[in-house]
Design a protein. Structure first.
Length: 404
């Protein structure tokens, strides 16, 4: 069994569904697709696990058989499918981490949507599953990949918590002892139902064609600026207030291509300076980002920090956000961590250029749209990925209420 530590905040969060829609040139049969999916699932250790919670509130990945991961055939539109499926809880206790939907109605191409719980992996993980699935569909074998987990033992030694952060964790853990309770999967089910009765998300994808993308990349390269920094500057240039921008960061230390949640994150606060050019603002954002990423203490801070809290307190914070549970300690911590009203103004995950091949025998991957989940501590979620020369930028956020 593998203990869930740094990714514990994903367990009781009511929206942890990563979605990727791909378009594949070429047609396969339903039996071929079903078998390729099953073989790809068997190839990843984490997809053959289930989540268990013991009597003390500790959670683990335990062995399972992968049978709850599913592939089905139907016509769909991405936003409607996300609206439907985000309301359906992943049955983690039975080993359900992944759902795939396939539309074969487009003649010479296939449209597929992969929906994965974040405890099954991060954005890169889902790309690696898609790669294994398409390789198997083209007749290649799938190599077995053990899961790799980030925890207090595997994180870099120079990422230890600063004294004040450690003291804050100790303070809240001590306060929680009087209110402490262990939450189970029935609580998870009830919280999910409670939350999605009054919430709904909206999804919008924007395409930057190859020529426009290349022009932006040329400007970035000429000025020594990262493309993500440039994009943030573009998004902030019409916003007068200081913005708190969260950025997902790949936490893989060995470049492994397995499935598990190895994402970490940093944040940058910035007010766009109207007296400077777009490139000058982007350069300042780039400088601040680089300063954070150079230090493992900043880069892995959020994982260390969340991993030190009593795990049941982390659960309680998520259940506060869902409107299912309330205590003085969890409510105060939820506000401190930005769960709800004081959440990040902008949360960006840029997968950059797609890190998998596009050619698979008779099949060609021509498009991929990446939709990160609207996490409890984020307002406006942005997913970016470059594929086949163009950039897909997807915006995902909550509507005020679900329409009747």
């Amino acid at each position: 069994m593998y203990k869930i530590e740094t990714e514990r905040a994903d367990l009781f969060d009511v929206n942890m569904m990563i979605a990727m829609q791909i378009t594949v040139a070429g047609q396969a049969t339903e039996p071929e697709l079903t078998q390729a999916f099953r073989d790809a699932v068997e190839a990843f250790e984490i997809l053959n696990c289930k989540i268990v919670i013991d009597g003390e509130g500790r959670a683990f990945y335990d062995s399972g058989d992968g049978s709850r991961n599913s592939l089905s055939f139907r016509h769909f539109e991405l936003e409607s499918l996300i609206h439907e499926q985000e309301c359906v809880r992943f049955r983690l206790e039975e080993g359900e981490f992944l759902r795939c939907f396939v539309s074969l109605a487009d003649g010479d191409q296939m449209k597929m949507c992969f929906m994965m719980h974040h405890l099954g992996g991060d954005g890169k993980s889902l790309c690696y599953f898609i790669e294994a699935f398409l390789r198997r569909l083209s007749g290649k074998t799938c190599e077995y990949r053990r899961a790799v987990f980030l925890n207090s033992e595997t994180l870099p030694r120079d990422s230890k918590l600063p004294f004040l952060a450690s003291a804050l964790v100790t303070h809240y853990n001590r306060k929680w002892r009087k209110e402490r309770r262990v939450f189970g999967f029935e609580d998870m089910r009830a919280a999910h139902e409670t939350f999605w009765k009054t919430h709904r998300t909206t999804v919008r994808n924007e395409v930057t064609p190859s020529d426009a993308l290349q022009e932006k990349l040329h400007q970035c390269k000429a000025n020594g600026i990262g493309f993500t920094s440039y994009t943030i500057a573009e998004m902030l240039q019409s916003v007068p207030q200081e913005q708190d921008v969260g950025l997902a960061v790949d936490g893989r230390q060995d470049g492994n291509r397995t499935m598990s949640n190895q994402a970490t994150g940093i944040s940058v606060k910035y007010r766009y300076d109207q007296e400077k050019t777009l490139l000058q603002n982007a350069a300042e954002i780039h400088r601040r980002m680089k300063n954070k990423l150079r230090s493992n203490r900043y880069k892995y801070f959020i994982l260390r920090f969340m991993g030190e809290f009593d795990p049941t307190l982390v659960d309680a914070v998520n259940l506060e956000f869902a409107g299912y549970f309330h205590s003085k300690t969890s409510a105060k911590l939820a506000r401190l961590l930005g769960y709800g009203q004081k959440s990040k103004d902008l949360s960006i995950t840029n997968l950059t250029r797609l890190d998998i091949p596009v050619e698979y025998g008779h099949y060609t991957l021509t498009d991929l749209i990446f939709v990160p989940p609207v996490i409890s501590y984020g307002k406006n979620i942005v997913g970016m990925v470059t594929v086949d020369g163009h950039l897909n930028t997807t915006y995902h956020h909550y509507q005020d209420a679900k329409p009747e």
